[in-house]
Ligand binder design. Structure first.
Ligand SMILES: [Zn+2]
Length: 354
C-alpha cells in the first residue's frame, strides 16, 4: 500500500498486508499438498530403456539385474568412477554377469598429469580401456574447475595440449561425455536467496561461489572442444548443465551437431518448466538420452516414466536424499516416437556396432 494514502485503519488492508516471522526450522518443514490430482503408476516403460548415465561400481550386478527386469530396463551404462586396475575389475564383474545389459564408460585418469608424456600416457590408457570394452570416456567437472597443471595454472578444457587426446577418441570412435560446470545455483552464494540452499548445506563441497572461472566460461571452453573435433560424438551430461536455460541449451544444440545430452538428475529442472521442456523434447527428440544418475530402484525408474509419459501434475521428482529444491514437477506426456528415441534409440547410436 505504499502508493495509496490510507485515511483510516481497514480490516481488509490489515489482512492483505499481514506477514509473520516464524521460528519453524526449514529442515522440519514438510508441507503436504492439498491438491487432489491424478496419480498414474507407470510400472514398465512404453519401450525398453537404456539408462545411459548411472554409477554402479559398488553394487551387486545380480541385484541390479533384478531391478532392471522388474521395471523394463534393457541396459545400464555404468560410468565407473575408478581408474586403472580397479576400473578393470569392476568392468569385468559387470560384463561377466551380463555382457548384453551392462556397459561401461571409463573415467578420465588424470594421474601423472605432471609428467611430460601425459598425453601419450592417456592415449595408451584409452586404448587399454577400449580393448577391455568401454563404450565412452567421461571428463568430470574437475576439468576446468579445479585441476591444475605442474605450474599451478588452472587447466582449461580447451587447452590445446589435449588436442591429440580428443583426436584419438575420434579415431577410436569413442564417445566423450563431459560433465562440465554444475547447476547455476552452485555458483551463487549459499545464502537465503539460493533456491538449492538445503542441498548445498548437505554438500558444501558442491558450492563453487567465488571460483576463478564463471559457469558460462566453462561451458564455452567445452563447446570450443566440441567444435574443434567434429569427428567425435560428445554427450553433455545433465542437459549439458544448462537445464535452467533451455533457450541457451537449444542454441548450443543448433550450433553443435555432434553434441547430444543426457537428462540424468535434471528431471527436477525440466519438470518445473513443463511447457518449455515438452517443446524442447519434441524439437530435439534425436539428441536426448535417458539417464538417471540415481541408485537403481524400481520406484526411482517408475518416477522417471511418470515424468516422461504422463500428464500427472505437481508430484515429487526422483532425487538423492537432500533433494534439489522445494518444488514439484509436472509430467511431459511425450508422444510414442519421442519416447522410443529418448528411451533407447538415441543411446544405441552411440554404442559400437555388434
Ligand atoms: Zn553421474
Amino acid at each position: 500500500m505504499s502508493d495509496v494514502q490510507m485515511v483510516k485503519k481497514d480490516k481488509f488492508v490489515d489482512m492483505v498486508t499481514a506477514t509473520a516471522q516464524v521460528d519453524l526450522k526449514l529442515s522440519d518443514f514438510y508441507p503436504r499438498s492439498a491438491l487432489v490430482s491424478k496419480v498414474t503408476t507407470v510400472e514398465t516403460p512404453r519401450f525398453p530403456v537404456i539408462d545411459y548415465h548411472n554409477h554402479l561400481d559398488s553394487l551387486d550386478p545380480v541385484a541390479v539385474l533384478e531391478v532392471m527386469d522388474a521395471c523394463g530396463i534393457e541396459k545400464i551404462v555404468n560410468i565407473t568412477m575408478q581408474v586403472g586396475e580397479s576400473a578393470f575389475q569392476i568392468m569385468d564383474r559387470f560384463h561377466a554377469t551380463d555382457l548384453k545389459r551392462f556397459f561401461t564408460i571409463g573415467w578420465m585418469d588424470w594421474s601423472d598429469l605432471e609428467k611430460s608424456n601425459f598425453v601419450q600416457l592417456t592415449i595408451d590408457r584409452l586404448h587399454q580401456l577400449v580393448e577391455r570394452g568401454v563404450i565412452g570416456i567421461k571428463f568430470w567437472k574437475d576439468f576446468g574447475l579445479t585441476l591444475r597443471d605442474q605450474n599451478g595454472g588452472l587447466l582449461r578444457i580447451d587447452d590445446e595440449r589435449f588436442v591429440p587426446i580428443f583426436e584419438e577418441c575420434g579415431k577410436l570412435k569413442l564417445p566423450v561425455m563431459f560433465h562440465t560446470a554444475d547447476p547455476t545455483a552452485f555458483f551463487d552464494p549459499i545464502d537465503a536467496n539460493n533456491e538449492r540452499y538445503e542441498e548445498l548445506a548437505a554438500h558444501p563441497d558442491w558450492g563453487f561461489h567465488g571460483v576463478p572461472v564463471t559457469k558460462r566460461e566453462l561451458i564455452e571452453q567445452r563447446n570450443r572442444v566440441i567444435t574443434r573435433h567434429p569427428e567425435v560424438q560428445f554427450v553433455g551430461a545433465h542437459c549439458a548443465e544448462c537445464s535452467e536455460d533451455l533457450d541457451y541449451l537449444s542454441r548450443q544444440l543448433d550450433a553443435l551437431p555432434n553434441l547430444q545430452i543426457d537428462f540424468s538428475a535434471r528431471s527436477p529442472e525440466l519438470g518445473r518448466q513443463p511447457y518449455s521442456a515438452r517443446n524442447f523434447f519434441l524439437k530435439y527428440a534425436d539428441r536426448i538420452l535417458f539417464g538417471t544418475d540415481l541408485l537403481p530402484t524400481v520406484e526411482m525408474y517408475r518416477l522417471y516414466y511418470r515424468f516422461l509419459e504422463t500428464d500427472d501434475e505437481y508430484f515429487e521428482y526422483p532425487s538423492h536424499a537432500s533433494r534439489q529444491g522445494r518444488w514439484n514437477i509436472y509430467g511431459l506426456f511425450l508422444p510414442e516416437d519421442v519416447l522410443r528415441k529418448v528411451y533407447r534409440e538415441n543411446a544405441l547410436k552411440l554404442f559400437p556396432p555388434y
